[in-house]
Design a protein around this ligand. Sequence first.
Ligand code: GLA
Length: 382
Amino acid sequence: MSRSKILLLGWMVLMVSTVGAFGVPGKEPAPEIKRSVFGKMPNGQTIDLYTLTNRNGMKVTITNYGGRVVSLYVPDRHGKLDDVVLGFDDLKGYLGNNPYFGAIIGRYANRIAKGEFTLDGVTYHLPINDGPNSLHGGPQGFDRQVWKPRELPGAHPALELTYLSKDGEEGYPGNLSVKVVYTLEEDNALRIDYMATTDKDTVINFTNHSYFNLAGQGNGDILKQVMMINADKFTPIDATLIPTGKLESVEGTPFDFRKPTVIGARINDDNQQLKYAHGYDDNWVLNRHGSGLSLAARASDPEFGRVLEVLTTEPGVQFYTGNFLDGTIHGKGGKVYGYRCAFTLETQHFPDSPNHPNFPSTELKPGQEYHQVTVFKFSTEK
Ligand code: GLA
């Protein structure tokens, strides 16, 4: 072989190995999912942390403890990545007291009045854990369970989490098989598919309880961030935050977010609804067309230019402004989580639906396949 052929061959071998190790020169690394150890449960069981990355700079970490979104790195208008959700650096933080940071909520997201509902003539009693009511599936809800993880690698890396909620768990009837799939899309969207089947009539309502701060977690309050909620109506609440059953127009109230409005603009208004919740903590009745994904809300941060759009198949969204955060929790990187330092957009069926026949039904029967989808899509604006 001539000297030039040997050189050419050598160069080709070098290129193939370089491309193999680092991807095509000039392109971002391929999307991937990686597993690491997040910590141990009190019984010694190891809990995992999964890191999903895409080609456009978005990175999400999710643990199979409570199916919690632990961190969510998205670029600002200058391409600088920051983590925009509250949470903890290790499992220990999540095992301690915390208000559902990043968790999958079930069996019933939001409140059921006095922890009671009647189905097929039987009255069920649920644990009371929020004043006189039952909140977010009870003290041992889905947020406190260990889910079975399965990696789904590919162009859109995904994590499948499954959990069998046994008949009678936290007071709810039926063996409920639940599957949640988190998928990181190329367009900086985190898609969440919720699926379930039951062997007895039951009621269900799932959501994800991520706390967002588009300026970065622990970086001040969210009062200057801007919110749009695609809803003409909301479900007003009583003093214990249970819906009265009415659907009321948002027109002329601090609940009108049909035009993008600064979150803090009316949050301290002299309004009984706001006073009950110490800020926003209400369910909006989404304007929907058809049964597919439709835009529920759009939030933006004028300082950093990050935008979050929430799309969902659900009929409602709970917009909560972190009114119960009080600086006692120290989260990731030692950040102090103070009053109103994050908001949630919990897509859902309406709170307390089993006690309001006029609300969309939350019943699931044997043979039916429950499937709801929510997408958190990030982008930037000038
Ligand atoms: C939901 C509720 C709030 C509060 C938080 C957790 O958003 O609607 O009232 O309980 O969860 O603190």
